[in-house]
Write a protein that binds this ligand. Structure first.
Ligand SMILES: [Zn+2]
Length: 251
């Protein structure tokens, strides 16, 4: 895609998200005295299972993995996407599987959104997810107002980006999240978000992609991921998959 087209696409993504955050009315009060943190993964690269899930488990916690069935086992520069067996493994080890569409396209480019979401639910059922996923993450973090009715019918929450902690009145169809990504030093310093949520409790959702010794620009190393999870646990945060947080806050 030419550079100018990509820039316009990014601009539309940001504008649509901003409008939804500003004007959407379906909000719920998020009340918590305990700082809540969810570590989430998009797409999902196989290293998120090999390193990411393993690190969470070492600290006695679990995460949420937003899977797009259409990417299964795909080999891309710098990463290979998780296989059906890998998804089953995540599930067996107590992690939550969320939906990230089947085709991994932007909401506004999906003319048959319902069909795509059905297809992903069928894919996930095939890998052992007994009930349809309750939580969703937008591909490219790009929401779209017209997709909201369909998403509301299917999911308890949808996650975008937004670089903020969820506090006060929150739109469940537009959860905010903080990205863990390169450069490595930037990723390590994300502990400041954890300190922030400890000081003023709310729900901090992190998202990332690969956890690898040589990560893509959209991931981090196992050492850095371990550093963040350890910090969250040491500071007394409750680290839970997205769906379990919803139980905690009575949504
Ligand atoms: Zn994605």
């Amino acid at each position: 895609m030419p550079e100018i087209a990509r820039k316009i696409e990014g601009l539309v993504d940001r504008l649509a998200n901003r409008l939804i955050w500003r004007f959407a009315r379906q909000r719920r009060r998020l009340e918590t005295e305990t700082p809540l943190i969810s570590f989430t993964f998009d797409d999902v690269p196989d290293t998120a299972l090999d390193h990411g899930a393993a690190i969470l488990e070492r600290h006695g916690v679990r995460g949420t993995f937003y899977i797009a069935g259409g990417l299964a086992s795909q080999v891309e520069p710098g990463r290979t996407l998780i296989s059906p067996a890998g998804c089953g493994e995540l599930l067996a080890r107590g992690h939550e599987i969320g939906c990230h569409t089947f085709s991994h396209r932007r909401m506004r480019d999906l003319s048959a959104l319902g069909q795509d979401l059905d297809r992903n639910a069928a894919y996930l059922e095939g890998v052992g997810v007994a009930t349809a996923p309750a939580n969703f993450a937008f591909p490219y973090n790009a929401a779209w107002p017209l997709a909201r009715p369909e998403l509301r019918r299917r999911y308890r929450t949808c996650r975008a980006a937004g670089e903020a902690i969820n506090r006060g009145m929150v739109d469940p169809l537009m959860l905010k999240a903080v990205e863990i990504r390169q450069p490595e030093q930037h990723a390590r310093e994300l502990t400041r978000w954890i300190d922030d949520v400890v000081e003023h409790p709310g729900w901090l959702v992190f998202f990332t992609h690969d956890i690898a010794p040589s990560p893509t620009p959209y991931g981090c190393t196992p050492e850095t991921f371990d550093h963040l999870v350890r910090h969250a646990v040491d500071k007394g945060c409750q680290v839970l998959p997205v769906d379990q947080v919803l139980g905690r806050i009575n949504w």
